[in-house]
Design a protein around this ligand. Structure first.
Ligand SMILES: Cc1cc2nc3c(=O)[nH]c(=O)nc-3n(C[C@H](O)[C@H](O)[C@H](O)COP(=O)(O)OP(=O)(O)OC[C@H]3O[C@@H](n4cnc5c(N)ncnc54)[C@H](O)[C@@H]3O)c2cc1C
Length: 407
């Protein structure tokens, strides 16, 4: 009577005893890398191993914001290409990723915040990324619902405006990439957990899973927050990553009031209105490391207070859903993308924190090249682990614009 379960992106594959590459994690980065390995490098014998279901991690929990106005010269080129890639990928995958480049406004609430933002604008413009400072009146013109009066906790002085940024559907990205990879012959194994990684004489030889052993010369660790300590622990490697919970929520659906992504560091909040009309909002990161996805009342209260101050029309609106996801935070808020000189065939892509959605496709594209050829592309070089040993941390924390309430 019931049809046998069949994923809509293809037939359920059986687990082979060997693959040319094994990718740990069916999240954004794992799926993107698998897709580009098959598409650009002709490596068809690839397995993506996912312990839950594809999109279970940050992939299916993020707030889907994309932008290119990161902070440092080493990060900007990657994020610019990432943003430019979405329309291309939509066509290529023949899958509507629902890219809406509505523009991002990062509200600024003090003179010192405006000064700090000038650096962001200059760095972005240097890479041909549209980014500009606007004053409070211009913010109001773009977002009539916003409160720019002086009698709120953090009055709006202006904004860092990034017109090409926006949002796209995170589930569409997961399914589109899974469908694209699967069509090219990649095996996606859900409900299969990697339990060990074996290497001999300095080379990767196999991966242990709860469904059996897989021989392989290449492994990519792209298990999001689980890359830190759990997967890296299997290899005896310590990563400079703390796992923290990010919370987010949506309101009941409303008529259109917001056609930009808005963020504020002073209020520690960001938001956008979804196509369904909900206000999707987040930003809070629990300050203590943990692996839970629980929510806190304190955070709901904070979000309600902040929203009703600078979008007063939202007073009385109900929150409908709240959720949490894990973020893998590095000390400089930039990821670790690396091969491993001691264990040949081992590749890492983790530590994305707040930024792993917007960057996934482009990183997958370049990382696939690295895995196929062994040559690290220049654009990925700055993200090697050695930067921590060499004290060359990147300072990407400033991509969020530092807030100082001094004036
Ligand atoms: C609430 C929230 C909001 C966010 N908002 C944004 C945003 O607006 N913009 C943005 O750019 N980023 C955002 N992020 C960050 C973004 O979601 C992550 O950086 C991104 O998902 C990381 O992708 P990934 O592929 O590395 O990991 P994930 O997407 O987490 O995937 C990792 C996968 O590995 C699997 N796995 C783990 N261990 C094993 C194992 N042993 N065997 C097999 N599989 C395993 C997991 O089940 C999981 O599916 C947000 C994150 C959260 C939590």
């Amino acid at each position: 009577m019931f049809k046998k379960f069949k994923p809509f992106w293809g037939k359920k594959p059986s687990l082979n005893s060997s693959y040319d590459a094994v990718i740990i994690g069916g999240g954004l980065h794992g799926l993107a890398t698998a897709y580009y390995l098959a598409k650009d490098h002709g490596l068809k014998n690839i397995a993506v191993i996912e312990k839950n279901y594809i999109g279970f991690g940050g992939a299916g929990r993020n707030t889907a914001i994309v932008r290119a106005n990161q902070r440092t010269q080493l990060n900007l080129p990657l994020y610019k290409e990432a943003l430019d890639l979405w329309p291309v990928l939509t066509k290529e995958l023949d899958y509507n990723l629902m890219f809406n480049n509505c523009g991002n406004l990062n509200l600024l609430h003090s003179e010192s915040e405006i000064s700090a933002s000038r650096m962001n604008v200059t760095s972005a413009q240097f890479h041909n990324i549209e980014s500009l400072l606007i004053d409070a009146k211009q913010v109001k013109e773009l977002v009539p619902a916003i409160n720019i009066s002086k009698n709120i906790t953090y009055p709006v002085h202006g904004a860092l405006y990034h017109p090409p940024g926006g949002v796209l559907r995170h589930d569409a990205v997961v399914w589109g990439l899974a469908k694209g990879a699967s069509k090219l012959g990649v095996h996606i194994h859900q409900q299969t957990e990697v339990t060990g990684i074996n290497f001999e004489k300095g080379r990767i030889v196999s991966v242990e899973t709860d469904k059996g052993k897989i021989n392989t010369p290449r492994v990519l660790v792209s298990a999001g927050a689980y890359s830190a300590s759990i997967i890296s622990g299997m290899l005896g490697i310590r990563l400079p990553i703390s796992v923290l919970t990010i919370q987010a929520m949506v309101t009941q659906p409303l008529k259109p009031i917001l056609n930009h992504v808005i963020s504020s560091n002073a209020y520690h909040i960001y938001m956008n209105q979804t196509l369904k009309g909900e206000i999707a909002t987040g930003a809070h990161m629990d300050p203590w490391p943990n692996y839970t996805t629980l929510n806190t009342c304190d955070y709901i209260k904070h979000q309600a207070e902040a929203l009703s101050e600078f979008l007063p029309c939202l007073r009385g609106v109900r929150f409908m859903r709240i959720w949490g996801g894990l973020a893998d935070m590095t000390p400089d808020m930039a990821p670790i993308i690396d091969g491993n000189d001691t264990i040949k065939g081992l590749f890492m892509n983790c530590g994305w924190g707040y930024f792993g959605f917007k960057s996934c496709a482009v990183t997958g594209k370049y990382l696939a090249g690295f895995m196929a050829t062994g040559q690290c592309p220049d654009i990925l070089r700055p993200f090697s682990m050695s930067r921590y040993k060499d004290h060359r941390l990147m300072g990407e924390t400033a991509a969020l614009v530092s807030y100082s309430p001094d004036n």
